[in-house]
Design a protein around this ligand. Structure first.
Ligand SMILES: [Zn+2]
Ligand SMILES: [Zn+2]
Length: 87
């Protein structure tokens, strides 16, 4: 299971990136669309609402909130399946 969860250690000595215009444009960032709401699942979530999980069967990304899961509930499972693959 792959997760896009909040960074575990938010170092105070290492403030978040400055919101300058400089963005990562060298590499093409893959866009994952949530299998439930169709919105982007970001690689580096800035809030709990941005966190997402990857289905181990079909590979779809789904937001935690859309899947009804949490970091805690995912800790206890090795794999996660989306609602379509669960059945
Ligand atoms: Zn979603
Ligand atoms: Zn699936």
């Amino acid at each position: 299971m792959v997760r896009h969860s909040l960074l575990p250690s938010y170092d105070k000595t290492n403030p978040p990136a400055q919101p300058k215009k400089k963005r990562k444009t060298q590499k093409k960032v893959p866009v994952y669309l949530c299998g439930t709401c169709g919105c982007d699942c970001v690689d580096t979530p800035q809030s709990e609402a941005d966190q997402s999980v990857n289905c181990d069967i079909c590979g779809v990304w789904v937001h935690y909130v859309c899947a009804g899961v949490s970091d805690q509930s995912l800790e206890s499972v090795d794999k996660w399946f989306c609602s379509k693959c669960k059945c």
